[in-house]
Design a protein around this ligand. Sequence first.
Ligand SMILES: Cc1cc2nc3c(=O)[nH]c(=O)nc-3n(C[C@H](O)[C@H](O)[C@H](O)COP(=O)(O)OP(=O)(O)OC[C@H]3O[C@@H](n4cnc5c(N)ncnc54)[C@H](O)[C@@H]3O)c2cc1C
Length: 348
Amino acid sequence: MEQVDLLILGSGPAGCAAAITGAALGLKVLVVDRNPASRKAGDALPPQAAPILQKLGVVPDPAWATPTAGLQFQWGSETAGTTSFAGLHRRFGLALNRPVFEEHLRQKALEAGACILTSGPEGLQETPQGWTLKLQEGTEIHARCVLDATGRQAWVARQLGIKRHSLDAQVALYREVDSTDGPPWIQVTAVEEGWWYISQLPHARSEMFFTLPESPAYLEKIHQGGWKVAPASVTFLSQVAGERWLAVGDAAFTFDPIASQGISQALASGYYAACAARDLLQGRKEAILAYTLTLLKATEGFFREWAGIYQAEQRFGGSIYWQQRHNLRSVQLPWWQQAELFTWVQAR
Ligand SMILES: Cc1cc2nc3c(=O)[nH]c(=O)nc-3n(C[C@H](O)[C@H](O)[C@H](O)COP(=O)(O)OP(=O)(O)OC[C@H]3O[C@@H](n4cnc5c(N)ncnc54)[C@H](O)[C@@H]3O)c2cc1C
């Protein structure tokens, strides 16, 4: 039986960022991942990720990152356009070898003092002191605070009966192709049934196609084989934190991949959640609302631009994919109610 301050389920970018931060804050941290080697889609870090990488002490390395100069896109017009990262942010973006990047993050978490265990969780129970997690091999772990970093699975939130909402039905088909000499530009191209994303990674070329499961292009690629499938819809929990738990990264909120924000927001939310967990363990319950507000701020910018990005493409009005994209609506996330109450209390 093990007793820890902070138990983190999931060792993706969000879980690792939380582990690095929590351990550096002096917490006893244990990370449990049922399959750390699982292959995930997503390999572009925009230049805006630089500050959070720096905060976590993660220095880009050619072993897992190659610079990207910007975007070349064909979207809304037959004429191709470019957006240079250097011009916009005076920085480069990064294209990742995702498994090596995540291994590097796990190594950082270990160096910071966290422990990492590969095992599947069986059940989570709240106790007067915190939580008891039962693992598949029968081991029990006692923790004062739990972070849900299990990605779209949102395993902890599901155990707690917290509702997960989905705003659309987009899916992705993705694969890596042997090639190491592609251009350092990410190519984004809108087509009749969706959009393509192609980028040159350190070790391969990444190809992704975003569409709907009922589109003929989707069915054709599934039939052809060699493509992996991932959900790529926008989802969120109805509540992202409680007195002894917080949800981070994709477990709390999944961005549309067009925003290219998932990994950097996972890292950032992991960082803020570990700080909030430390505060909660010191009895400062306002940390729940402060953390919720931080996530709201991150999603606000996304919702401001989301529908407009798809509205900018009007050439394929007859396709179901684009009709659905043109009907996207921002929502007021249920966390607003908590956050508004917080602002109201603070003002008094
Ligand atoms: C097709 C596609 C393309 C994308 N492209 C980009 C991109 O270019 N740039 C970008 O920034 N983002 C992109 N994203 C999003 C990005 O990949 C995610 O936002 C990011 O992986 C979230 O990190 P996370 O740590 O929250 O979750 P994950 O990376 O999903 O990690 C979750 C971890 O939890 C573990 N786990 C799951 N269930 C359990 C359980 N019950 N118990 C224990 N462990 C568990 C898993 O094994 C995994 O290691 C893309 C997403 C998709 C679908």
